[in-house]
Design a binder for this molecule. Structure first.
Ligand code: PLP
Length: 406
């Protein structure tokens, strides 16, 4: 039975929504694979993946089927009860990673909130009240709750919301000496993104992550990897820590974990997990059967040699072509990142103008992302076809040709 809906337009946004977003001028209404259609029937190639979320594109048949099958069975029971999809998903994550335990929640910020609370609780239980300091990186992004904007290294997100959460220090990313100078026996956790996503797609150097691991061990501090953006195959490994062969104590995952259905997870060892005893933390929706059923279908497809090898191959297609475009039009100085998280760094002449690229690309029918004002970010579906890559990059090149002629 189809339901009649009232007509709505983009202009309604400004009338009925809180103005904390400034969405594009069109409204997507349907998606299939890496293509999206708007209200007028215009088709666009989607290289944004819903900001690194739609890991298997739009309306992937396996995800639609997992969702509809579960929707007809059981949606929600709360954590007063456990459920089968949650237990199966947790087993899959534990089998595939360093972790022994999973905590499910609904967003990246919540997974980080859980991670930071766990780190402080472990330190409190084992070492007392003085060990609570968290070290994070300048320009890092960990979410928008009060704790996560304070741990995040961008004061524009934490200023103006009352007193800041204390006990948090920020150090320059990829600077081991700075981390060494900041860490002490009062540090309970060092929090890092293996690739800084929002602030420009900046991969960590291997020696930095190795050094961070060692410093944490020397000071009984926990190493937390925020893999909200880098996780679930995005970098060509299931998680980015596998690239570096540096194992964290706590890992957070969200975005791609549910392929578009909201779910997040905090993963950790049994020895640490036991500090979150009954009642110390919780969420109503976390680990609900619908989300976990979809996430299970995602991991079954993503964590396969075919998908992960595909990421590496597709990265080369993107990188080669984007470098050629950058050179031909003089717009990029570098194409960086890992796997299918790519950042094109704008040349001096175009610095600060990432939004112009976003707008020009949209006009040509391709969706791309910014990562700050100086970087164009690509975070497509991991199963984007070669034909879609070619078509999308043809459109992107046309957009740049027009932009640079203007
Ligand atoms: N951590 C990282 C590295 C992210 O990139 C993001 C979102 O962009 C978050 C945390 C926050 O995730 P969410 O928006 O799901 O709360």
């Amino acid at each position: 039975m189809s339901v009649e809906h009232a007509q709505v337009q983009r202009t309604d946004f400004d009338q009925v929504m809180v103005p904390n977003y400034a969405p594009a001028g069109f409204i997507p209404v349907r998606g299939a694979g890496s293509r999206v259609w708007d209200q007028s029937g215009r088709e666009l190639v989607d290289f944004t993946g819903g900001i690194a979320v739609n890991v298997l594109g739009h309306a992937h048949p396996a995800l639609v089927s997992a969702l509809t099958e579960q929707a007809n069975k059981l949606w929600h029971v709360s954590n007063v009860f456990t459920n089968e999809p949650a237990l199966r998903m947790a087993k899959k994550l534990v089998d595939a990673t360093f972790a022994d335990r999973a905590f499910f929640c609904n967003s990246g910020a919540e997974a980080n909130e859980a991670a930071f609370k766990l780190a402080r609780r472990v330190a409190f239980d084992l070492y007392g009240t003085e060990k609570y300091e968290i070290i994070a990186a300048i320009n890092s992004f960990h979410g928008r709750t009060l704790f996560t904007v304070n741990v995040g290294g961008q004061s524009k997100y934490s200023d103006g919301f009352g007193p800041k959460i204390t006990g948090i220090t920020h150090v320059p990313y990829n600077d081991l000496e700075a981390l060494k100078a900041a860490i002490s026996d009062k540090t309970c956790a060092v929090v890092l993104e293996p690739v800084q996503g929002e602030s420009g797609v900046i991969p960590a150097e291997l020696a930095y992550l190795q050094g961070a691991r060692q410093l944490c061990d020397e000071h009984n501090a926990l190493l937390v990897f925020d893999e909200v953006q880098t996780g679930m195959g995005r970098t060509g490994e299931l998680f980015a820590y596998m690239h570096y062969d540096v194992t964290p104590d706590i890992l957070t995952s969200a975005k791609s974990l549910g392929g578009g259905f909201p779910i997040a997870a905090m993963l950790t060892t049994e020895a640490l997990a036991k500090h979150l005893t009954v009642g110390t933390h919780g969420t109503t929706y976390g680990g609900n059967p619908l989300a976990c059923a979809v996430a299970e279908a995602v991991i079954d497809i993503v964590n396969t040699p075919e998908t992960l090898a595909g990421v590496k191959a597709k990265r080369e297609l993107f990188k080669t072509r984007l470098e050629a475009i950058g050179e031909q039009y003089g717009v990029f100085t570098q194409v960086r990142g890992l796997g299918l998280l790519l950042g094109c760094v704008l040349s001096d002449a175009w610095k600060g103008k990432a939004k112009d690229f976003f707008n020009a690309a949209e006009k040509e029918g391709v969706m791309v992302l910014q990562a700050g004002p100086d970087v164009i970010r690509f975070a497509p579906s991991l199963v984007v076809t070669e034909a879609d890559i070619d078509e999308g990059l043809d459109r992107f090149e046309r957009a740049i040709a027009t932009l640079t002629q203007a």
